[in-house]
Each structure stands twice: as C-alpha cells, then as structure tokens.
Design a protein around this ligand. Structure first.
Ligand code: GDP
Ligand code: IMO
Ligand code: MG
Length: 429
C-alpha cells in the first residue's frame, strides 16, 4: 500500500508539476496536501501545456484521480476556473475530488493578504496575494469556513459566516479604513460555489485509505518547497503551511507509515520569489542572463524569480527534514553551454564557517557562500532521455550534488516536456 511523496527541496518552482505528470502514469491518484492557489505547477505533455494552481497534476492519465486533501486552502473561483479550462481542453475532470475538510479562501482573506503586505512596507514577505496566509490564520484561529460548510448553507455556513465576517469587518474598517464586505454578497458567492462544487466534495481521507488498502499506488503532490515551510523554512519569509513531508500526513489524514518513498525535487541551480535571504544568489548581468535564458518568471504572479547557484547546504538540510529516499534534478539543460558551474558547499559568517542551514533569518542573511567551481559542458543535455547521453562534465556535476546532499538522484529532467526525462533508477516499484 505505497504512497510516494514529491516534495520541493528548495524555495518552490523546482519543476514538481512536470515530475508528477511524468510519474502519475503508474499511480491511481495524485493528491495535494498543502498550500493553495499560491502554487503554480506547469505540465507539458501530449495534451498541451497546462499551468495548474489547485487541481493536482494527475488528470492527464486515463486512470489517475486528482484529489485535494484537507490540508489545502481553496479559492473556489480559481478551482472552478481551472476545472472549466481542463474540460474545455478535453481533459476528463470527473475523477477530481475535494475534501469536505479543506478550508475556503474567502474574499476577505484576499483583501487582508494585500492590506497586510502593504502595511508591512519594506518588511513585506512578498506573498502571492492569493489570501493563503489569512485563510490558514483563520483555520488555526478556528474561524475558518470549510468546503463541507457549503453543503449546509442555511445551517453551519450562514452562522459561521455571520460571526467571522463581523470580526473581519472590524479589522477592515477600523485598522485599514476600508469599506466593509456585505454579508449578502459573500453569502451569495458561497451559494454559487456550493452549487458548482457539490459534485466534487468527498471524504477524501477515506478514498485515499481505500486505495492504499487495495494495494494501489498514490502520489502525494507537494506544493511550494521545504525552505518555505512555516516551521522549517527561512521564517518569517515563508508560506503559511507545511510543504515538507510532515504536512503530507496532517494534510491528508494519512499515516506516515504509508509513505514509502519521498522524492526531493531540486533545480540544478536555485530560484526564489519574494523576500528573504538566499545565500547563493547571483547578482548583476550573470543573474539577468540566467533569468532570461531560463525564463524564470513566476507562474502565479508573473514576478521575476531571483536566481542563484545550487545551494548544497540548504539541500542537505532539506534532505534531513524530509528524509528523502531519492532526488530529482530538473533543468540541467539550462546550465548547458556555461563555461563553468558553481555549487555552494558551505557558508561563512564573519569569516567563521557555518556548515548548517541556520534557523535565524538574520544569520542566514549574513551567510556568505563558499563556492566550488566545476567545468561546464558544451554538448547539450537538453532533451536527453538516458544518462549515457549526458556529457561527462554534466554527469560529474550530478554526482557531486548527490554527494553533497547525501542522496541518490533517481530522475534527471532535461526539458519541460514529459518525454524529456531520464529515469536513472525506478522510483515507483
Ligand atoms: P513547480 O511549481 O515546482 O511545479 O514548477 P513551475 O512550474 O512553477 O516552474 C518550473 C518551470 O520549469 C516550468 O516552466 C516547467 O515547464 C519548467 N521545467 C520543468 N523541468 C524542466 C527541465 O528539466 N528543463 C527545462 N528547461 N524546463 C523545465
Ligand atoms: P509552487 O508550488 C514559489 C512564496 C511567495 C512568498 C512566500 C509567501 O509553484 O512551487 P504566500 O502567498 O504563500 O503567503 O507567499 O512564499 N511562494 C512560492 N514561491 N513557488 C510557490 O509554489 C510558492 N508559493 C508561495 O512568493 O515569497
Ligand atoms: Mg511553481
């Protein structure tokens, strides 16, 4: 009864969507457990190019279900828009389910996300503005409204909305001096969502458990990345959920013992969107060139991603937090043609070696990278489908990353499309 998790090893956008689409053919379900529409997962396959924010990346295979678990926060407009688009492009969405326990992102969450960021000024986190943080805040404060409440409009939804909206309007009007939201408008929105979402609402933990009991494989789709984890990331420059492996258990109602494989997805270099320290960051022309070549612009917000060399200190930390059983290295092709490539193998603070990823963000911001430089490769890795096709220097680079992070690379990705993939060793067995 194996579940396999695919987890972002860095600051998100590692190529999880691509890898999940590649692996989903051997599974019965792809299940999201954390985050919300702040995620943007790109899938490129024989059906076209898709950018998914909420729907898990499994529906492109005829036998895989796509399930959103209780740990995800849902903007119903984004979700319904995505389902409509998939339908219109010929993708069958009847195998999609959403947990009745998942929390809803309400209009006041989106408004408050934006107002809070503005109020923070230069200390802003650089959120995606999708209301994700405020929705998780309400979940923990026990003020949240769940997908299941939509099935009981006049009962639990009306009373919970009335109570919560009154409280939120106090903040919106008294702290931020903005217009309050009308109960009737928000309630009508929920009524519309209820009608359209009802066919998909399920007790998803039972569905997942039944599949595992029947010996089926399931794939757990991580969003964001370990360094954005609310506990283990570079706090406060993090997201408001647990994108690392622990979140998979709480975000689905799944025993950790069911998870037999934990794949850590890493880009062959690093990127980060939004604020917060990034020790191996590149600056100047080199950064501009890499960003342009790699087209590093966010799927959700279109923002330019910050770029840097591969950070093996952060990678090792990420491996420890998640217990990776294998790595996936994506975008190796982006480094094709570089004269040399660098890997950050340590940090220095005030001239003293710092070999661990520090928990204190001020210290992380002071960390200067210690780089190791490796010769680049002229022959392309782009579109290679077997390790034998890789230039010797590219292979040596992969081996060094394995050594530094402390885990075997099981998949190398050499292009955005499903077929541009090297399966170094079997992942789903
Ligand atoms: P995710 O959030 O982890 O799913 O990643 P994103 O979709 O936000 O960003 C990854 C980007 O890299 C997308 O544009 C993918 O199509 C693209 N991509 C994934 N793997 C590869 C690869 O090996 N090579 C290249 N060139 N692009 C890739
Ligand atoms: P995927 O799943 C990259 C970042 C935001 C910001 C911080 C907090 O595509 O890898 P939030 O809106 O979550 O409160 O913003 O987290 N962030 C991501 N960065 N990829 C993502 O998702 C991200 N989701 C959130 O840029 O710095
Ligand atoms: Mg992304």
């Amino acid at each position: 009864m194996p579940a396999y998790a695919v987890i972002g090893g860095q600051w998100g956008d590692e190529g999880k969507g691509k890898v999940i689409d590649y692996l989903a053919g051997s599974t019965s379900a792809v299940v999201r457990f954390a985050g919300g529409p702040n995620a943007g997962h790109t899938v490129v396959n024989d059906k076209g190019k898709f950018q998914l924010h909420l729907v898990p990346s499994g529906l492109f295979w005829p036998d895989a279900c796509a399930i959103i678990g209780n740990g995800v926060v849902i903007d119903a407009d984004v979700l319904l828009g995505e389902l409509t688009e998939l339908d219109s492009r010929g993708i069958d969405t009847s195998r999609f389910y959403v947990s009745e326990r998942a929390h809803l992102i309400m209009p006041y969450h989106i408004l408050l996300d934006q107002l809070e960021e503005e109020a923070k000024g230069s200390a802003a986190i650089g959120t995606t503005g999708r209301g994700v943080g405020p929705a998780y805040t309400d979940k923990i404060s026990r003020l949240g409204i769940r997908v299941g409440d939509l099935l009981d409009l006049e009962g639990s939804l009306a009373s919970r909305l009335e109570q919560t909206l009154e409280f939120k309007n106090q903040i919106i009007t008294k702290i931020y001096g903005k217009e309050p939201l009308e109960f009737d408008t928000v309630f009508q929105l929920c009524t519309d969502w209820a009608e359209q979402l009802a066919p998909y609402v399920r007790p998803t933990e039972q569905i997942v458990q039944d599949m595992l009991d029947q010996g089926k494989n399931i794939l757990l789709e991580g969003a964001q990345g370990t360094l954005l984890d609310i506990d283990h990331g570079s706090y406060p420059y993090v997201t408001s959920s647990s994108p690392s492996i622990g979140g998979a258990s709480t975000g689905l109602g799944l025993s950790p013992q069911s998870i037999t494989g934990v794949l850590g997805v890493f880009k062959a270099y690093s990127t980060r969107v939004g604020g917060g320290p990034m020790p191996s960051e590149m600056h100047g022309q080199m950064a501009e060139d890499l960003r342009e070549k790699a087209q590093e612009f966010g799927v959700t917000t279109g923002r330019a991603r910050r770029v840097g060399w591969f950070d093996a200190v952060a990678g090792r930390y990420s491996r420890e937090v998640n217990g990776f059983t294998g790595l996936v290295l994506t975008r190796l092709d982006i480094l094709d043609g570089f004269e040399s490539v660098k890997v950050c193998v340590g940090y220095k603070v005030d001239g003293h070696a710092q070999d661990r990823f520090p928990s204190n963000t001020n210290i992380l911001a002071q960390c200067e990278p210690v780089f190791e430089e490796w010769p680049g490769w002229d022959e392309p890795t782009a579109s290679a489908t077997s390790a034998k096709q890789l230039p010797a220097n590219a292979l040596a680079y992969v081996r060094r990353i394995e050594e530094l992070v402390g885990c075997k690379v099981q998949i190398i990705s050499t292009g955005p499309s499903r077929t541009e993939t090297i399966l170094v060793e079997p992942v789903i067995v």
